[in-house]
Design a protein around this ligand. Sequence first.
Ligand code: FES
Length: 128
Amino acid sequence: MRPERCGSYTRGMPSTFYSIGPAARFTESKIRRFFIEGREIGVVLYKERFYAFSNRCTHNDFQMHFGYIEDDFLWCPIHYGQYDLATGHAVSGPITDLKSYEVRVVDDDVQIGLPDDEEALELAKTQD
Ligand code: FES
């Protein structure tokens, strides 16, 4: 049985979760940047849910924490790349899908899940 997919990560694959601090420190729709295990990750609270994604636009590597959220989309302001916030899928503009990450909140602590085997994850994506 194939693992359930959501965005560019795969649910069910082992992940390691990293704390990024209390949920109360997040402001609605304001993207914050974190560095975790060599990855630059954007995190945003939007409509009472957290989303995490690569903080680098797939077009020209622009830092997405300078972007904005509107109508459930994540926008890169440089060339108006439009990503689906929930999945990271490219919607319009000169972009490709943006990597997204699992987020969970445990006792008000926001945690980002990084896949333990990113190579297997990339291989699974190519077998669609
Ligand atoms: S740099 Fe993001 S759309 Fe061009």
